[in-house]
Ligand binder design. Structure first.
Ligand code: ADP
Ligand code: MG
Length: 338
């Protein structure tokens, strides 16, 4: 298989003083896809993106964009990428149309071509009505959309979207998601950073989970979920006072963590990664039988794949408390450059 890589990094490092903001990141981003870089605030997402977009010099390691080194071939790299909110900075006092026209002219489009591209993008991004308004009067969602529109005036081969939906309401988020899907369908590769698991789940083909400057897991959503355990059992009991005992029995039977939900009769138990190669349903069935034997009445029961939320918690837990669970963490962490 010879999938072209839009991005390839090996041991990428950026240090700010004592702080290793990016601490040996390996990435392999296939061209033509949305690749998610998922991590909490301060994980090193923006710093990574800036190095890949040639805005920041790496202190170590290597990074190539479409095979070109970000240091040695910075000009070539720059000609093929776009970064929302950086290269294409919109002017608050100009209208949506004026901004796009100005930027299109700066990019060398003729007047007629600039006008037609601006109109096309404003229409595609649902901004036709707002086109004549100053950007400073745009809502957060509209602002994010015009930013993205400005960054794809010249269709880039690789678009960096750095937390494009942070702070947006659900409706604006899903509008931005539609835009991302449309951009990728035109052949652009998108590197999307996000703090939101559902966003990565919705958009990305592969995801790198990053924390404290390190990739702590990488893979498809399915792979990431499978790496954490085989699933979760959700239970509702008849009697709330039986919950402490149910918790104990489930923890022993399933070998995973048990969470008490806010609903006093409900609990969620992870079918532990400890249950090697085991069939989740079989283990869950055995656990239920034990509850029944102990006289605990279960009203409702379901078995599901772990959510990305659970994956993320499990992974970040492992890196912060890795004193005796490091072997499990290693087993679930896949190197990006296969
Ligand atoms: N220009 C800078 N100078 C000093 N420290 C920085 C700078 N930029 C980022 N950092 C630090 O590097 C770490 C990673 O930051 P960043 O890449 O912005 O994370 P993220 O985008 O994932 O929130 C943080 O600890 C942040 O405080
Ligand atoms: Mg950031």
């Amino acid at each position: 298989m010879s999938t072209e890589l839009a991005i390839e990094t090996r041991g990428l490092v950026k240090v700010f003083g004592e702080n290793r903001a990016v601490d040996g990141v390996d990435l392999a981003v296939p061209a033509g896809t949305v690749y998610g870089v998922l991590g909490p605030n301060g994980a090193g997402k923006t710093t990574t993106v800036k190095m890949l977009a040639t805005l920041l010099r790496p202190d170590g390691g290597e990074a190539r964009v479409f095979g070109k080194d970000v240091l040695k071939d910075a000009d070539t790299v720059r000609s093929r990428v776009s970064l929302t909110g950086q290269y294409a900075s919109v002017d608050e006092d100009l209208t949506g149309t004026e901004n796009l026209l100005l930027l299109a002219r700066l990019l060398g489009h003729s007047k007629a071509a600039a006008r037609s591209r601006a109109e096309q993008l404003l229409h595609a991004f649902g901004l036709t009505e707002a086109a004549g308004r100053q950007i400073k009067n745009y809502s957060g969602g509209m602002r994010r959309r015009i930013d993205i529109a400005a960054s794809i005036l010249n269709t880039p081969d690789l678009l960096f979207l750095d937390e494009p939906t942070t702070g947006l309401d659900p409706r604006s988020r899903s509008q931005v998601w539609d835009i991302v899907r449309a951009v990728v369908s035109q052949g652009t590769t998108v590197l999307l950073t996000t703090q939101y698991l559902d966003e990565a789940d919705q958009l990305a083909s592969r995801i790198a989970v990053i924390d404290h400057g390190k990739v702590i897991a990488e893979g498809t959503k399915g792979e990431l979920k499978a790496s954490v355990g085989s699933g979760s059992v959700h239970l509702r009991l008849r009697h709330a006072d039986q919950r402490p005992e149910a918790e104990k029995l489930l923890a022993a039977a399933l070998g995973g963590e048990v969470q008490l939900d806010s609903d006093p009769v409900a609990l969620t138990a992870r079918v532990g990664g400890l249950v090697e190669g085991g069939d989740a349903a079989e283990h869950a069935g055995r656990a239920l039988a034990e509850l029944s034997r102990a006289g605990i009445t279960v009203d409702n029961f379901s078995l599901g794949q772990p959510s990305l939320d659970e994956v993320f918690l499990a992974l970040t837990d492992k890196t912060t408390h890795n004193s005796h669970s490091s072997s499990t963490a290693d087993a679930s962490t896949k190197g990006a450059a296969a």
